[in-house]
Write a protein that binds this ligand. Sequence first.
Ligand SMILES: [Zn+2]
Length: 96
Amino acid sequence: MTEEEIIQRVGLWQKCDFVHPLTCGKDKCDGILVAKVNTDIDPYFDWGEPAVVLTCPKCKDYIQEHIPEVVFNINYEQFDIMSELIEEMKKRNKNG
Ligand SMILES: [Zn+2]
């Protein structure tokens, strides 16, 4: 999987209505984590090698290197179908 694909998958997970998003591990911060390539965060820091990490846009002070396997193991076709169903239900509720 390329870095771009990893970032895309984390993005799908984070905006999904029916899973719990990955949140910041800092006390009293509930920021929704965003996937970024570590060298894009700080090109001058010695990261070892480029990798996708999770960062917190809220406190800007949290970096998580581990991305749970479930983010990649989920069936994204079903994921899309579920998302469409939820969107459809929201529209119906609005039009009500
Ligand atoms: Zn945070």
